[in-house]
Structure formats: structure tokens, C-alpha cells
Design a protein around this ligand. Structure first.
Ligand code: NDP
Length: 264
């Protein structure tokens, strides 16, 4: 019998995950199908997963913390950050992983000699990326609009700033993990601050995909080497697909088929 997977989120209609994974299953002849499930109540994640008889799933905004709570066992990096984006049904037990941070590292593989990073935003994505950067021995600063969300980062070896206290350094990479620019035309910080930041970095990445945010647009105008969130999405998807298929498919082939799905 074929395997069944799904993405859980709210909203979920915009998600590219079904296209990405189905492209792999279909073109690499893997007997599986990937659907999408709108989940309003995150506490119902586990019972919905098993009611749908799923073999695995991805979890997106706003249920990644619920997914962590729902697991019988959490493995690897997800354990460290308390955030799960990939679920596997292992003999009736729910096993949780996080492929977002490794997906991002995979995405910036071509950026060379990264040592000093500025992260814009202090939400769930920032949490995952900052912990991964620290694990890799990188120097990290973080700039966020509100002070409240910085509390988590103040316990780590991270330089924390709000818009008012910010002092610019020289960076190798600046990453936007805020949702500024997703559904509006805002910058992740006042435009003047962003101008200064962009004048002091070599590389720029934005977690947002599917549109060029004002932040990314400005970075392009300054002729910096940039990346939107598509490669991060691709990276986390490739790693999730390997877990779904129990590492039976070739990683390069998975990536190729997923990339193709971006053209649909
Ligand atoms: P969260 O809701 O956890 O965090 C949002 C962050 O954005 C907060 O730090 C918030 O600051 C900041 N923010 C929101 N609006 C503004 C604004 N107008 N100006 C400045 N800062 C703002 O979100 P996530 O971390 O889950 O997701 C963040 C983004 O990353 C989303 O756009 C999401 O689509 C994208 N993403 C992309 C992925 C990919 O694969 N490409 C994977 C995961 C996420 P404050 O504390 O002040 O409210």
C-alpha cells in the first residue's frame, strides 16, 4: 500500500509542500501521496494525524510548538529548540524532527567564509537559525522590533538589540526572519537602519519566499549577493523527504525534482 503524507497549518492553502513532495514521489516512482490539512486547533494535531492514517507530515505556522508537544519522541536539533516541523509515524509512535535550520544551512552553502551574522527578527524561525549558527561556532547579533521576544536570546551567547539600542558592526551575512514585507511593504527595521546594515554586509538572505520584499529589493539595488526563502524551503523539504522515504531515494534526485516543482 502507498504511503500518505500531509502538511498541517493555518493558513495552509499557499503551501508549496504538496507540489514539492508529490513531484518527487511521482517522478522517482515512489508509491506515496502528499496532501494538505487545514488545522485550526493545534492541540488536535496528534489525533488528526492518526485519524488520517498518515505515515508522516510537515507542520507550518502556527503549529510547530504544538507539534513538539504532540510527539512521543523528539530527535536531534528539534529537541534543543522545542520546535518540530517534520513528523514520522514510527510503528504507531509520533517522532518529531526539525529540518528548517539544516535546510537554511544547506541553502547558504554557496556563501563562503561566514563568521559574523546579523539576524533580523526574534520569532520561531530566528530561534532555530540562531541555535544552529551558535552550534556552528558563528558570532551572532539579533535585532528585533520588540524587547519581549529578545528575552529567549538574552540567555544565549548572542548580542541583542532593539531598534533604539542598535549599533552596526561589519557582517558577513544578514538574514531577515521577520514577517515584515510578507503581506505589506514594510522593512524589518527603520529604512535608515536597514540602509546602514546593508552597507556593512557581504551576503543577504530573506526567509520570505514567493515575493521580493522591500528589504531584498534594496539589497539587490545595492548589488549584494542575495537569496530569498525558496532555497530554505527547498532545503527543509529535501531533508524532510529523506525522512519520509527512509533514505531510500538519492538526495540529489530529490532536490532536482523539488526544484522542478518550483516552475509549475
Ligand atoms: P513569528 O511570528 O514567530 O515571528 C515574527 C517576527 O517578525 C517577530 O520577531 C516580529 O517582531 C517580527 N515582525 C513582524 N512584523 C514586523 C514588522 N512590521 N516590522 C518588524 N518586525 C516585524 O514568525 P516565524 O519566525 O514563524 O516566521 C517568520 C517569517 O519566516 C515568515 O514570513 C515565514 O513565512 C518565514 N519562514 C520561511 C520559511 C522558509 O522555508 N522559507 C520557513 C519558516 C518561516 P516582534 O517581536 O516585534 O513582534
Amino acid at each position: 500500500m502507498g504511503k500518505l503524507f500531509s502538511i498541517f497549518g493555518n493558513p495552509v492553502s499557499h503551501s508549496r509542500s504538496p507540489l514539492m513532495h508529490n513531484s518527487v514521489f511521482k517522478n522517482l516512482n515512489y508509491n506515496a501521496c502528499y496532501a494538505r490539512t487545514l488545522l485550526q486547533d493545534g492541540t488536535k494535531l496528534k489525533e488528526t494525524f492518526f485519524a488520517l492514517k498518515l505515515n508522516g507530515a510537515n507542520v507550518t505556522v502556527p503549529h510547530k510548538e504544538h507539534a513538539y508537544e504532540a510527539c512521543d519522541e523528539v530527535r536531534g536539533f528539534a529537541k534543543k529548540i522545542g520546535v518540530v516541523n517534520t513528523l514520522i509515524n514510527e510503528k504507531g509512535k509520533l517522532i518529531g524532527y526539525n529540518t528548517d535550520a539544516d535546510g537554511f544551512m544547506y541553502a547558504i552553502n554557496e556563501f563562503k567564509n561566514i563568521r559574523n551574522i546579523l539576524v533580523l527578527g526574534a520569532g520561531g524561525t530566528a530561534k532555530a537559525l540562531v541555535q544552529k549558527f551558535l552550534e556552528e561556532g558563528l558570532h551572532v547579533s539579533i535585532l528585533n522590533r520588540s524587547k519581549e521576544r529578545l528575552a529567549y536570546f538574552e540567555t544565549l551567547d548572542v548580542q541583542c538589540y532593539t531598534w533604539n539600542s542598535f549599533i552596526t558592526e561589519k557582517y558577513d551575512l544578514v538574514v531577515n526572519t521577520t514577517s515584515a514585507g510578507l503581506k505589506d511593504e514594510n522593512f524589518p527595521a527603520p529604512k535608515k537602519t536597514i540602509e546602514t546594515i546593508l552597507d556593512n554586509t557581504r551576503y543577504v538572505a530573506d526567509a520570505i519566499y514567493g515575493k521580493s520584499t522591500p528589504f531584498l529589493q534594496l539589497a539587490k539595488e545595492k548589488q549584494l549577493t542575495c537569496k530569498d526563502g525558496s532555497d530554505m524551503l527547498l532545503g527543509q523539504g529535501v531533508l524532510a523527504n529523506e525522512l519520509f522515504c527512509n533514505f531510500e531515494l538519492d538526495k540529489k534526485a530529490i532536490k532536482k525534482e523539488m526544484q522542478k516543482s518550483f516552475l509549475y
